[in-house]
Write a protein that binds this ligand. Structure first.
Ligand code: FAD
Ligand code: SF4
Length: 443
């Protein structure tokens, strides 16, 4: 009898222990799910929940919540576990490494482009990277596949392909003009040199493309890649500075220069070649064009006097380095407001907006800017336009009665929207399709 009671007690204790473990586990899971739910709520408020391009899609039937995808993703809070299944949180921040795709032991993740709600426009290219207009090629992120390594590889392949179909003896000034000097454009420029093509690279901004815009402190994740005229680059976790230094060195060593601050405005097909016109008024003829312009588009300019002065910028890099300046930010969208707020801590910031109120900005930005206005941290000049930029001042005019005022000014940031790459491509006559959730990488 005593033995039986002892046995029952042991079993009961074991059962209680098991139930306790399960309860602790379930409670922890519920708590973690709540945290992820809160992050999703915030991501929706911040407009980061809906993916804008590549993003992971989790198959709930295969997911066994190992969390391997979350551990593998180098970006923060793109994936989380909710109710025992992986789910996306800030999906718009996904840059498409595919690290999650490879890490998942049950193959529950696929990489998609676009969603049912938000389509992504992609140009048609064939396996040689040629578009529907013979002689115009596309490589890099513009074609749908992001990442530095892919861009470098595609830039190289596109040039190698176009060489095969370029007949000698044409009358154009160049064999190839590369538009855009991000990783794809740099790689294409080097490949063109390697094969003795007469080529020219035009960049609307600065060498490096999207990489140039990364914060200095960002860890850039990449994998081994083959850089033409250099060889294997074995960088895995690197920095923007290291990458830019490498690209600059290779270009210099091969006596290559890139025409920076030269935006290609139009590409016109003429008999036997293309005519390229830049915004700064240069014209070139070329047999082939390689578009490596990425997906960020071109900032819209105000087209006013003084806009070429060095103090004018269309993006904000390293705000922490800007102190004690008289700054004007132009625009009423999220970028303008976020930049004004970032600069306001250490500078005198005025925001000029042509409308009477901020519409269609994220609720969080609306809250922050109203608070900053109330506290006198930022001055907003509604219903105004900048009409000219001088070395130490800017001239502002009111929309209604054209009253002009001159303000002291050291730096001017313009966020007046931009031209999407698709608009540019359509002008050239390239075919574009909208992808509403198409698997780019699946098991
Ligand atoms: C926040 C963020 C973090 C990222 N982190 C990583 C990472 O860690 N690892 C990684 O591998 N990838 C990362 N990426 C992705 C990577 O930066 C891109 O996939 C890559 O830069 C694409 O290269 P690209 O050459 O195709 O285009 P881009 O780098 O975008 O370059 C395009 C260039 O074309 C120029 N251009 C555009 N229009 C014109 C015109 N009309 N005339 C002349 N020039 C023009 C632009 O100014 C730009 O310099 C990240 C992206 C972002 C946004
Ligand atoms: S594709 Fe890359 S950035 Fe996107 S979720 Fe997966 S690991 Fe993160």
């Amino acid at each position: 009898m005593e033995l039986l009671i002892e046995k029952i007690l042991v079993y009961a204790l074991a059962a209680i222990f098991c139930v306790a473990v399960v309860m602790v586990y379930l409670r922890k899971q519920r708590r973690n799910s709540k945290i992820v739910e809160e992050k999703i709520r915030q991501a929706k408020l911040d407009g980061l929940y809906e993916p804008v391009s590549l993003h992971p899609v989790v198959d709930p039937n295969s997911c066994i919540q190992t969390g391997a995808c979350i551990a593998a993703c180098p970006e923060k809070d793109i994936l989380g576990i909710r109710n025992g299944k992986a789910t996306t949180i800030n999906a718009s921040r996904c840059i498409g490494h595919g690290a999650c795709f490879h890490a998942c032991p049950t193959e529950a993740i696929s990489l998609f482009i676009g969603t049912e709600k938000r389509g992504v426009e992609l140009p048609h290219v064939n396996q040689n990277f040629e578009t529907n207009v013979p002689g115009i090629y596309i490589a890099g992120e513009l074609g749908g596949m992001g990442l530095i390594k892919n861009a470098v590889e595609q830039g190289k392949q596109a040039v190698e392909n176009l060489i095969k179909s370029t007949k000698k003896g044409h009358k154009a000034e160049f064999d190839l003009i590369v538009v855009g000097a991000g990783p794809a454009g740099i790689s294409a420029t080097l490949t063109a040199k390697k094969h003795n093509l007469k080529s020219l690279t035009l960049e609307q901004d600065t060498l490096g493309g999207t990489v140039f815009t990364f914060p200095r402190s960002k860890i850039v994740m990449t994998s081994a890649m083959d850089l033409p005229l250099f060889g294997k680059v074995k960088l895995y976790e690197t920095s923007k500075t290291e990458l830019l230094e490498l690209w600059n060195q290779v270009l210099k060593k091969n006596e290559l220069s890139i025409n920076e601050n030269t935006k290609v405005d139009s590409i016109i097909a003429e008999p036997g070649h293309f005519k390229i016109n830049t915004l700064s008024g240069e014209h070139y003829t070329t047999k082939n064009v390689l578009l490596t312009i990425g997906r960020r588009g071109s900032p819209r300019k105000l087209n006013i006097a003084g806009e070429t002065l060095e103090k004018v910028a269309y993006r904000l890099l390293e705000p922490e380095d800007i102190k004690n300046k008289e700054i004007m930010v132009v625009g009423g969208g999220d970028s303008a407001i976020e930049s004004a707020l970032l600069l306001a801590d250490h500078n005198n910031v005025i925001l000029s907006y042509r409308s009477g109120s901020f519409k269609r900005i994220k609720p969080k930005n609306s809250e922050k800017i109203n608070d900053a206005i109330k506290k006198g941290i930022i001055e907003v000049r509604y219903n105004t336009n900048v009409i000219s930029i001088e070395k130490e001042t800017i001239t502002l005019t009111t929309v209604k009665d054209d009253k002009q005022s001159k303000l002291k000014n050291d730096l001017l940031f313009i966020f007046a929207g931009g031209e999407l790459p698709t608009q540019f491509l359509q002008k050239i006559g390239l075919h574009i399709t909208k992808k509403f959730g198409e698997a780019i990488l699946k098991h």
